[in-house]
Design a protein. Structure first.
Length: 216
């Protein structure tokens, strides 16, 4: 019985926990349906969204493969952002962006979406082809989204519309490009599986040695 209890505690419960994490972290709903797409487009049109933005989002949704993706954000923060009600006079770009992200972070984390990489630029663009006014950037952020559906839910929520102006005011310019990773070694599902397996094997070995050392 002790052996069965040990196996249960050491292997079954951690494995079950990992499976639950995997199920939450992985989108299993498949690509967005035509009904979902038309519902989103109708809400955007009724809200007076820019037709060009609606067209971009429609294409983004119609090409959904039901997979995770990463958003590559190249950012140039504003040196002198405008005054906005929630942040007041004299607020810098980081204060405006923080007000915007107060909404974004809970929405992101509840859907297993999160930053993968964030950093500050240490030089002007080293290569620049076919772009004007793109030499200077201040930071880069890489965001993981569980699915295109999750991004659309966040982007079309009323709270997003209320705070989106703060994001725009915090920026002089930005590029946001979605990619589907072909090689993604920092995927938490892979890292957690490796760490968990290593830890369980180590504990199993240590407890095995302890049992052998006990007097009989």
């Amino acid at each position: 019985m002790r052996g069965h209890a040990r196996i249960w505690l050491l292997w079954v419960l951690p494995t079950a926990g990992y499976v639950l994490f995997w199920l939450w972290y992985t989108d299993l709903s498949g690509p967005m349906t035509s009904e979902e797409i038309e519902s989103v487009v109708a809400r955007l049109e009724s809200g007076g969204a820019d037709p060009a933005r609606i067209a971009r989002l429609r294409r983004f949704m119609e090409e959904d493969k039901g997979r995770q993706f990463l958003m590559v954000n190249v950012i140039d923060m504003a040196d002198q952002p405008p005054e906005l009600p929630a942040t007041g006079a004299g607020a810098d770009a980081d204060a405006l962006m923080a007000h915007y992200m107060e909404h974004m972070y809970p929405e992101l984390f509840s859907r297993a979406c999160h930053p993968v990489l964030m950093g500050f630029a240490v030089n002007h663009a080293m290569d620049l082809v076919g772009l004007e006014n793109a030499e200077s950037w201040t930071r880069v952020a890489l965001m993981r989204y569980r699915s295109r559906r999750d991004l659309i839910e966040i982007a079309t929520a009323p709270a997003f519309a209320d705070r989106h102006d703060y994001k725009l005011a915090a920026l002089d310019k930005t590029l946001a490009v979605p990619i589907e990773p072909g090689l993604y070694l920092s995927d938490p599902r892979l890292l957690l599986a490796l760490v968990l397996l290593g830890a369980l094997l180590l504990v199993d070995r240590l407890t095995g040695w302890r049992r052998k050392a006990e007097p009989r």
